[in-house]
Design a protein around this ligand. Structure first.
Ligand code: F6R
Length: 234
């Protein structure tokens, strides 16, 4: 893993942008995208840049089950607001949270990933070490799957909803196996609340207890963290 420590998430966003820019210049055509607070500064830098994604494809990591694309807390909506409105892609894939047929949705999304191999995948990191919605204990061999969110993730995400009861209990997520097929992975993490997960991801054993630790097995991972998130590294 190539670990880059920055002062704060603003600086991290600039670095994250540079990783996108380099991938772009090297011919990347398919970008795997994440939601949440972490990638926002990178997306801001992308929207301000002159990079043109109108011939590119994006494939998002995950979506809440039960939320329509126009729900303000859906990941569709988030991507529209933070990136796609300013930087449209030729095609953008996000799991369909309204598809009740989980098996069909999982197969459909796995086919999308197979048809559009991801050149650069951006990831955030859960406080419990999750990537995408792959919570601790997830079998690293599975592809897209329906996930029951853990209490810690529900609590962490409640800040985006009026109250905790409104946070959906399930999500569709790319699996660890799908994430690992990306050519290059960029993980960003900011804040002291991510420090323990960062340490476990980089310095701990590779274990299903810390889904992000599987990234140690990937050849090309760039980790951008701020000083607070790096504070427990030895
Ligand atoms: C989002 C996602 C999640 C987040 C993680 C960190 O698409 O897959 O794994 O990256 O929960 O969330 P934030 O960035 O809000 O701290």
């Amino acid at each position: 893993m190539n670990v880059i420590v920055v002062k704060d998430r603003e600086q991290g966003g600039q670095k994250g942008f540079q990783v996108f820019q380099t991938a772009y210049q090297n011919g990347a055509k398919v970008f795997g995208l994440a939601t949440g607070s972490t990638p926002v500064t990178t997306y801001e830098a992308l929207t301000k840049s002159d990079l043109d994604f109108s011939q590119m494809t994006s494939v998002n990591l995950d979506e809440y089950v039960g939320l329509a694309p126009d729900h303000p807390q859906s990941y569709h909506y988030f991507m529209q607001k933070h990136l796609f409105d300013q930087k449209p892609f030729a095609q953008s894939f996000v799991p369909d949270g309204l598809n009740d047929d989980a098996e069909a949705e999982m197969a459909r999304y796995d086919q999308i990933i197979a048809d559009n191999p991801i050149d650069l995948q951006i990831l955030g990191l859960g406080q419990n070490g999750h990537i995408g919605f792959n919570e601790p204990g997830t079998d690293p061999a599975v592809g897209t799957h329906k996930v029951k969110l853990t209490e810690s993730t529900i609590k962490a995400n409640a800040r985006f909803f009026d109250n905790e009861d409104e946070v959906p209990r399930y999500a569709y997520s790319m699996g660890i196996a799908s994430i690992m097929t990306s050519k290059h992975i960029l993980l960003e993490a900011y804040g002291a609340e991510k420090a323990a997960a960062v340490k476990a991801m980089i310095e701990g054993p590779v274990t299903t207890d810390v889904p992000a630790s599987f990234l140690q097995n990937h050849e090309q991972v760039t980790v951008i963290i701020d000083e607070a998130a790096a504070s427990q590294l030895t």
